[in-house]
Design a protein around this ligand. Structure first.
Ligand code: AMP
Ligand code: ZN
Length: 471
């Protein structure tokens, strides 16, 4: 395998060598959603990125154990549960289900395990106990348990492996209770948060009293529970590098569970953020989109996925409506070429075209250079179209091209649509026309046909019924 990744831990591009090269098995953990609302398109950039890594490793012949946690207890969730006066499980399950549906809409493979924090409280408590026993964690007077950065560093461990930190401004023993804090406020962070009246019925018993886990400890406990104390790849959006991932390293390596000389995680990969129309997404700017908003606007999950797959994961990506339109057009070109190849290949089968696959692999091996990979694919589409137009393609060549595309698509996960997909409002007009014809209102039926034409769609009446085609 010639695959290389940029490892945030070493700040360099490194060859990917699994922890256990002989087993050909890789453990991969991606920080999952906090299920307090519908996922936005920025979140899904990160999840499509993790799906791409999994799929590419599988393409390279590696078996991947993909774990993604579901954060179903956390500060924001508790405040919503309090506002709505419903149970924690009732509140989060609607968003957890929506998230899984959205992953499917985007063509993401479901992770092999999707552990929920609330179902791993014993594992979390056990890990905190281990840290307390090693003298790295301590109980504060209110019954919360904190991680002592000073004690951790005193054991020869380093806090600040993923990001550079300025310890001069740190005041030993100072504490931060919130799960989210900036580099300027590094301090002892909460592992267990003592119950307060605002938590309502959200609490568990522990050796330190009633309370609930902090966010960071949940990922240490669940990743090690499913993948072992030392595993290959850990992913997330760039905002998670500090404090979330830094704290995960501290908790996991502070527990001393790793075999001598091994790290908690070998490769840390972070996806850059997504902007919408050039700006950070925000509800007040009107550029905040959930996946569901984009579907409502008439775009398909496939079109959104393809757009998310056009930019390198370490580059900030500007998501725009124009980009979605371009994505639709690019998929249309690809689908048309595949359809013609299918017609030329007929029933002929062939091995994948090695040239196309080699070029694709070379691009992807370079830290997932998707732009390079798309360049290779669209060059192939251009060449193929030329051959098709001049009638020079043989059934065997067409079949070899199709077989190569099918391998490539096991990575991109876009599938194939024989016909352009009509957005819901266009489908609606088609249905209205059918109803008008049924009612023998031919004037209205013709008017609807004209309206569709103005919008770029023609109706083909086939023996199987009416079909929409792009003009
Ligand atoms: P959350 O549900 O907020 O914990 O976020 C889930 C994932 O989405 C995390 O990996 C975040 O880093 C990622 N994320 C949040 N906002 C964005 C964004 N604008 N662009 C890309 N990824 C994001
Ligand atoms: Zn996490």
């Amino acid at each position: 395998m010639a695959l290389q990744f940029y490892n945030t831990l070493t700040r360099s591009i490194e060859p990917f060598v699994p922890l256990d090269p002989s087993a050909n098995r890789v453990g991969m953990y991606c920080c999952g959603p906090t299920v307090y609302d519908f996922g936005h398109i920025g979140n899904f950039r990160t999840f499509v990125f993790s799906d791409l890594i999994r799929r590419y490793l599988e393409f390279c012949g590696v078996s991947v154990n993909h774990v993604m946690n579901v954060t179903d207890v956390e500060d924001k969730i508790i405040s919503r549960v309090r506002e709505k006066q419903i149970s924690l499980r009732d509140y989060v399950s609607q968003y957890e289900n929506a998230f899984l549906e959205d992953l499917k809409t985007l063509g993401c493979l479901q992770p092999h395990s999707l552990p929920r924090a609330t179902e791993h409280i014993p594992e979390i408590i056990k890990l905190i106990e281990q840290l307390v026993a090693r003298g790295i964690a301590y109980r504060a007077p209110d019954g919360s348990v904190y991680f002592s950065i000073e004690k951790y560093q005193g054991c020869g461990c380093r806090y600040g492996q993923l990001v550079n930190l300025n310890f001069d401004q740190m005041r030993p023993g100072e504490r931060v209770a919130s799960d989210e804090y900036s580099k300027e406020s590094i301090a002892d962070f909460a592992l267990w948060k003592a119950r307060v009246p605002g938590d309502g019925s959200v609490f568990w018993s522990s050796p330190w009293g009633e309370g609930r886990p902090g966010w960071h400890i949940e990922c240490s406990a669940m990743s090690m529970r499913y993948l072992g104390p030392s595993f290959d790849i850990h992913l997330g959006g760039e905002d998670l590098a500090f404090p979330h991932h830094e704290d995960e390293i501290a908790q996991s390596e502070g527990s001393g569970l790793q075999p001598a000389g091994q790290r908690f995680v070998k490769y840390w990969l972070h996806g850059a953020h997504l902007l919408v129309e050039g700006k950070k997404m925000s509800k007040t700017l009107g550029n905040f989109f959930t996946l569901r908003d984009l579907l409502q606007m008439g775009f398909s999950g496939r079109e959104v996925r393809r757009l998310l797959l056009t930019s390198h994961y370490r580059e900030t990506f500007n998501f725009t409506r124009d980009g979605l339109e371009e994505s639709r057009a690019a998929l249309g070109r690809l689908d048309e070429c595949i359809l013609k190849l299918q017609e030329s290949a007929g029933k002929t089968q062939a091995e994948p075209d090695p040239g196309l696959l080699t070029q694709f692999t070379q691009a992807m091996d370079e830290d997932l250079n998707v732009s390079g990979a798309w360049g290779v694919i669209f060059e192939w589409v251009r060449e193929t179209n030329k051959l098709l137009a001049s009638g020079q393609i043989t059934a065997a060549k067409a079949a070899a091209g199709l077989a190569a595309w099918s391998r490539i698509d096991s990575v991109f996960g876009l599938g194939f649509k024989a016909e352009a997909e009509a957005p819901p409002e266009i489908q609606q007009l088609l249905e209205e026309r059918l109803a008008a014809r049924k009612a023998k209102d031919f004037k209205r039926a013709d008017a609807l046909r004209d309206e569709l034409k103005v919008k770029g769609w023609v109706i083909e009446d086939t023996p199987k019924g009416a079909r929409l085609k792009r003009v």
